[in-house]
Design a protein around this ligand. Structure first.
Ligand code: FAD
Length: 395
């Protein structure tokens, strides 16, 4: 292990590797340390193995933070177009899947290889299987970082240890610990982009449904997302549910519009005039699979009869019951499966230009460890790239 570096980065994930390459190319000597057995594990498992590495429509509105202005500067100075140019420079094939989400055509490994190639070009050194034991601030500047591989002296220290999700992949709360050591406030953390769990009674009712999905608009508090919802053995998942989970807190109801963009009452009235003999469940099978129709009817205690036998007001009541489903999840699957962590190092005490701590000169926080959390769709990686680039240019 080198005993000295201009810049020591803890965490060889998305943000840490990006920062290492930017700082190294400025001529700084850079060392990246990670306790895991290999680098970029979350990148490798991201996007179902194809890494949704950015989003064409990235904007500050796609991020949650107690301090919503904080992310603007870094996102503006290193945009999705900058990262796309880097992907193209490395000849990595990619495609837009939906809603501006860019994925690798092949494997997430392409993005890790891109970062490692950039780090090699920047002569940044990387060591894995290295436990950080203690950080000691030095006078008048710099740090001594005590590790399982020895002591390293550095001028700038960058914390890029990410959030708490998927502990089995090496996630730890170490970044928050370092922040506390230097007097930083931590915005309480919470699992986000995470499936909901339901109570046993609700699960019994939907036991035929796991694996079934449908388009919905899911809303909770200020959030509303039109996307797919998926029934699971534990509850509900799919992009609409993951997105709305970032707005959810214990005990809050979540509302699903099960026929987004449609006025079910008008639609059923139209079906009644076109096909009066058709029964309600047959008509509904045009919107939902048979299993779902049965489930929604049964859940609302609704019988089915030919449409012509419904009065206008009956049809309206049926439509209202069927279209809007409100439920209170029992909980979430938690950090075990969450894609991200809400909250983190309070950005009011960090420079939005450089990501440097306002409490401890030379200390930087980048990526998910900060209280900046993106929506589902490539925004979390774009934040990792942008915040890392901002710090990398100044460390
Ligand atoms: P990470 O990439 O998590 O890197 C942190 C690094 O720090 C890790 O290498 C870790 O081993 C290391 N570390 C942690 N603690 C210590 C310690 N004590 N000592 C030394 N090293 C330590 N985002 C998207 O934008 N698109 C996606 O497609 C996407 N898919 C995802 C799928 C899954 C299953 C998950 C869990 C997340 C996904 N995300 C996705 C979110 C995204 O992976 C993260 O937001 C992003 O990786 C954060 O980058 P980071 O560098 O801050 O942290």
């Amino acid at each position: 292990l080198p005993t000295q570096a201009d810049v020591l980065i803890i965490g060889a994930g998305a943000a840490g590797l990006m920062c290492a390459s930017v700082a190294g190319k400025r001529g700084r000597s850079v060392l990246v340390l990670d306790h895991a057995n290999k680098v970029g594990k979350k990148i490798l498992m991201s996007g179902g193995g194809r890494c949704n590495f950015t989003n064409l429509y990235t904007a500050p509105d796609n991020f949650y933070s107690e301090n919503p202005h904080f992310c603007k500067s870094a996102l503006a100075r290193y945009t999705q177009w900058d990262f796309i140019a880097l992907v193209e420079k490395h000849g990595i094939p990619y495609h837009e899947k939906t809603l501006g989400q860019l994925f690798c055509d092949n494997k997430s490994r392409d993005i890790v290889d891109l970062l490692l190639a950039e780090c090699r070009e920047a002569k940044a050194q990387i060591r894995t299987r290295c436990d950080i034991q203690r950080i000691e601030p030095l006078e008048p500047q710099g740090f001594a970082v005590h590790t399982s591989l020895g002591k390293v002296l550095c001028t700038s220290l960058v914390i890029a240890t990410g959030g708490l999700s998927i502990p089995t992949m090496g996630a730890t709360g170490y970044g928050y610990e370092v922040a506390r050591q230097f007097g930083h406030n931590i915005i309480p953390t919470r699992a986000a982009l995470v499936p909901f769990t339901l109570n046993q009674r609700a699960l019994n009712r939907q036991q035929e449904l796991p694996g079934t999905s449908l388009a919905v608009t899911a809303s909770c508090a200020q959030g509303a997302f039109q996307e797919q919802m998926l029934f699971t053995h534990k509850g509900l998942s799919g992009p609409a549910v993951l997105q709305v989970s970032s707005h959810w807190k214990e005990g809050m109801p979540v509302t699903f519009d099960l026929a987004p963009g449609l006025d079910l009452s008008d639609w059923l009235a139209e079906q009644r005039s076109n096909k009066p003999e058709t029964s309600l469940h047959t008509a509904l099978a045009e919107l939902w699979s048979k299993k779902l129709v049965q489930f929604f009817l049964h859940r609302n205690g609704l019988q089915t009869k030919p449409l012509k036998q419904y009065t206008d007001s009956e049809l309206r009541t049926v439509a209202e019951k069927l279209q809007i489903w409100t439920l209170t999840p029992e909980g979430t699957e938690g950090y075990r499966t969450a894609e991200v962590t809400l909250g983190g190092v309070d950005t009011n005490e960090v420079s939005s230009r450089s990501m440097e701590s306002m409490k401890q000169p030379g200390l930087y926080f980048i990526g998910e460890v900060l209280d900046v959390t993106g929506w589902l769709g490539g925004f979390n990686f774009q934040w990792a790239w942008a915040s890392a680039h901002a710090a990398g240019g100044l460390v």
